[in-house]
Design a protein around this ligand. Structure first.
Ligand SMILES: Cc1ncc(COP(=O)(O)O)c(C=O)c1O
Length: 445
């Protein structure tokens, strides 16, 4: 009869009675095996045994409970429901512009698809032609020279590279600096590597910069990795050269790996030019820069980016990735090489588009009652909300009452509270319409 006793425990454990840590099931009389899996229950009718087996065999790692809610997790589903119900939804949430990929890229991809060799595994080597195009691009754009084989690594979009980079640089218990508000894969990487994530709040009064030099030496000595992202998502802040110089100096002094996340380097306005971290002396000793084809070239779903920089760090990231993935689709790398060789031309058109949208959105938001700072880079406006209006409430009201998808500042971490983000992903008319609708939310709130 002990069997039925176990069955009851199994069902309790399957969802109604989590263990003390809220994740694991544990109770007297039934113990996980030493190898971490639950003991198989013997005897009894199969149907019931299966139920026990299913209920008890799954282990969910504690770290899963440590990941904060992902900001975009529920929006696509709710958006679809609203559209199905006939709502005219304007989506300025995710940074995913409505434009198709540039024609030359689509043509290159179609051609590549006809070559059977492009449908093989790419492994971490990927397509040497893509690595070489990356190196040519850096030489032309930033005047920096790299070896395509040892200082470049193709990525399945920069997101995975950024998250995996923590596994390549960080031991459990090390400190990882995570800017907040920020792109969520930094905290994801820190958690996955067992690091102590130290949140660095980006504050308007400090120009949204993370000042490593303000940390005590006792903390600096424990830092394995710092993530930095300028031009910044979501604040649209840019980093002055002297800031980058002092940051690189601190990283060199303490042997800290610097993940410089630079997907918006091309999206700059009004004569501002964003640098590569490798324009800063000494950066090569400590840094890897992460680039993305997604936004500059309107190919978000193709999943193509690259890491470039310090040879040892690139080798470590290559090792980690070898055990997680097999590299980007070779045909996409081939088209990516074409894109990079035409980067200046393609980007020029995209920047003209984003610039017009930025101006239209800023003017319309101001007319709707918001305080807007006009950014010099990125495809985002980071807009403050009036005191007392929570960003998650504003996001919900904008979507449910006016059919506008925006990102709540708090979705980028607690330090983003009090702001919301508008992505310049739709045309000027739609941005103006979205601003007007959000103005109505503001007036009612
Ligand atoms: C700051 C930042 N880094 C990295 C990425 C990832 O880009 P992808 O993985 O598409 O290359 C994004 C995407 O929104 C981003 O905003």
């Amino acid at each position: 009869m002990q069997y039925w006793h176990l069955a009851a425990q199994a069902l309790a454990c399957a969802g109604w009675a989590p263990g003390a840590d809220g994740v694991h099931c544990s109770y007297a009389g039934y113990h996980p095996r030493a190898d971490g899996r639950h003991r198989r229950t013997a005897g009894g009718p199969w149907a019931t045994t299966d139920r026990i087996e299913r209920a008890l065999a799954v282990h969910i790692a504690k770290r899963v409970g440590q990941f904060p809610g992902y900001p975009l997790a529920n929006i696509p589903r709710r958006k679809r429901e609203l559209i199905a119900a006939g709502v005219d939804v304007i989506d300025v949430g995710a940074g995913d512009p409505v434009e198709p990929p540039p024609a030359l890229a689509s043509q290159a991809l179609e051609e590549a698809l006809r070559d059977p060799a492009m449908s093989k595994y790419g492994f971490q080597l990927g397509l040497p032609a893509f690595r070489e195009a990356v190196v040519r691009y850096h030489q032309r754009r930033f005047g920096t020279a790299f070896d395509p084989m040892t200082e470049v690594l193709p990525l399945i979009g920069s997101k995975e590279g950024l998250a995996h980079f923590a596994l390549a640089t960080t031991n459990p218990g090390d400190v990882v600096i995570v800017p907040e508000p920020g792109y969520q894969c930094y905290i994801g990487g820190a958690i996955a590597s067992g690091a102590e994530a130290r949140i660095a709040p980006l504050r308007p009064e400090a120009n949204f910069l993370v000042e490593l030099g303000e940390l005590p030496a006792s903390v600096l000595r424990r830092i394995s990795l710092v993530y930095l992202n300028y031009p910044n998502n979501p604040t649209a802040a840019v980093a002055p050269r002297d800031y980058l110089e002092r940051t690189v100096a601190v990283c060199r002094e303490y042997g800290i790996a610097l993940a410089y996340d630079n997907p918006y380097v091309e999206i700059t306005f009004d004569g501002y030019r964003a640098p590569s971290i490798f324009e800063i002396e000494g950066a090569r000793e400590v840094a890897v820069e992460f680039h993305s084809c997604s936004k500059s070239f309107t190919v978000t779903g193709w999943r193509l980016g690259w890491a470039i920089g310090n040879r040892e760090l690139i080798a470590a990231l290559t090792t980690v990735k070898s055990y997680h993935d097999t590299g980007p689709f070779l045909a996409v790398q081939k088209a990516g090489a074409v894109l990079l060789d035409h980067a200046e031309q393609v980007v020029k058109e995209a920047v003209a588009r984003f610039s017009a949208r930025r101006d239209a959105a800023a003017a319309a938001l101001a007319a709707a009652g918001f305080e807007v700072e006009v950014p010099r880079a990125t495809l985002y406006l980071w807009v403050p909300l009036p005191e007392g209006l929570k960003s998650a409430d504003f996001q919900r009201m904008a979507l449910e009452e006016e059919g506008v998808v925006v990102m709540a500042g708090s979705g980028f971490g607690a330090s983003g509270e009090g702001f919301f983000r508008v992505a310049l992903t739709v045309g000027e008319d739609r941005l103006a319409e979205a601003a007007e609708r959000m103005g109505r939310v503001l007036a009612r709130a």
